[in-house]
Design a binder for this molecule. Sequence first.
Ligand SMILES: C[S@@+](CC[C@H](N)C(=O)[O-])C[C@H]1O[C@@H](n2cnc3c(N)ncnc32)[C@H](O)[C@@H]1O
Length: 454
Amino acid sequence: MVPVLVVFSQSHVDFRIPEFEAICSMLSIRVKNMNSINTENHMFVLHFENRLDVTKLLSRSILIKFAISLSVEAQSYEQLFHELKNKPEVIENYDVPDESFALRFFAIGRKKKLDSIERIKMFLEAVQFNHAPICLISPVNEFYLVEEYDHPTDENPRKIFFGKLWGEGRSELKTKYNLRERCYIGNTTMDPELSFIQVGFPMHLCSLIEHLKANLAMVQPGNLVFDPFVGTGGLILPAAEFGGYVMGTEINYQTARAKGRSSRQGVGERHESESIRANFEQYYTEARFQNDKLLSIVIADSSKHAIWSSNAKFDVIVADPPYGVREKARKTVKNKKSDANEDYIQYQQKEDYDLEAAFCDLLNLAAMALVMNGRVSFWYPVILEKYCSENLPTHPAMELLSNCEQPLTRKTSRRLLSYRKVREPIANEECEIRKTGVSHYRDCLFSSNKKENC
Ligand SMILES: C[S@@+](CC[C@H](N)C(=O)[O-])C[C@H]1O[C@@H](n2cnc3c(N)ncnc32)[C@H](O)[C@@H]1O
C-alpha cells in the first residue's frame, strides 16, 4: 500500500465521508485506513493500493482539494531534512534537466498567514535540485511542503509533510459553473458545489449495492435524470456534466422561460438570450454536446403524476423543492368555474402546496417513475429542535441511502436525503412522514407567535 496525503476542502464537511466512501465503493478503490477520515481535521494520510486508484478517486471528488504521494513525514524541519538525506531517491529521481519542477507550500490549521516564499527558500537551501529547472506555471513535477497545525495560534506545526502532487479533485467544477457568470440564474438557483455533490451522490451510491456494479456503477451517458422542481436548471446542469440526459418540470412559466425581471441587481428585465438552454450552450461548447443533453423543460405541476405514462422511467430524480422561504410551493387546481364540457379539465388556478404533501408526492413519484434501483435525492428542510431521523419521509418501496446536513441558520438546516427504489410499489402504498414539522417550516422561521406548531 502507498501512503498518500489527501487534503480536503473545509466546506460542506458533513458530505465528506459519504462522498469519499461512495466513490471508493463505486470504483472499487481499497483504502486501508478509510475510518481515520473525520470532519474535524482536513487532511489525512491514507493508504491506497496504487496511483491509478488515487487518480480515479480524484476524477470524481468535489470535496478533495488534492492528493500528494507522501515521501516524508516529520515533526520538525530538522527531522524532515534528515529523512530526505537518508532517502536521496525522493529528489534524485526527478532532478533531471528535461523535467521542470515547482515547490508549493501549504499550511493547514493556522490562523496567521505564513510566509510561503521564506519556507520554500529555506527548503531549497537544505534540499537542492541541481539539474531540474524551476517552472512555476506548468512544471512537469510539482512538490508540496505541507504544515499541519493543532491550534490556530500555535507557532510550530504538529507535522510537516513532503511529497509529489498526484492530482487535484474536481473542485474546479464549482468555478466553471459559478453563478456570477452563468447566463441564466434565479433567486433560488442551486449553489454549484452543492449541486455537484447532490448529483454525484445518488449516482455514486447506487454502486454500494454489490450486484449493481456491472451496469450502474458510474453515471453512464444515457442515464435519464429528472428534476420535478427544475427552476433555472441548476441541478440538471451537473447531471449533464456527469453524462446524464436531463429534463425537468416547472410550474412557473416565467421561470421556465426566463421571462420577467432578472434576479441580478440593477439589471431590470431579463434579456431574451437568457434561458435554461442557453446555460447548456454556455458550458457544453463542443458542438456534439450542445443541447443534446437537455431533453426538455415541461411547464407542468409536478404533483400531477398522471402526466407520466406508466412507461416513463427515470434513472435518477434530483430536486430542491421550494420550502416557502424564497420560493413558494404551488400546485394547480381545477378551475372553479365549471366547464361546459365535463370531460375537459382545466388546471388554471394555483394554490399553496403544503410542504409535507409536496415531499410525499415527490417520494411517491420516485417509487412510481424510477427504474428498479433508481435513485432520488432531494433537500429537506428541518427545524433543528424538532429534528429526529425517524421522522424523515419513508416509503415501503424506497430505501434511505444517505442523510447529510447543511446548516442554514441557528434554528434550521436542510438535509440532503438520497433513496434507492428497492421494489415496485404495490397498490395504496404511499410515502409517510411520521411526525412532521416540515409543513410549519416557514412559520417557525419567521414567526415567534406560532411556537406551538414548531
Ligand atoms: C427551490 S426552486 C428550485 C431551484 C432550482 N434547483 C434551480 O437551480 O434553479 C423550486 C422551484 O419549484 C417550482 N415549483 C413550485 N411548485 C411546483 C410544482 N408544483 N411543480 C413544479 N414546479 C414547482 C418553483 O417555481 C421554483 O422554481
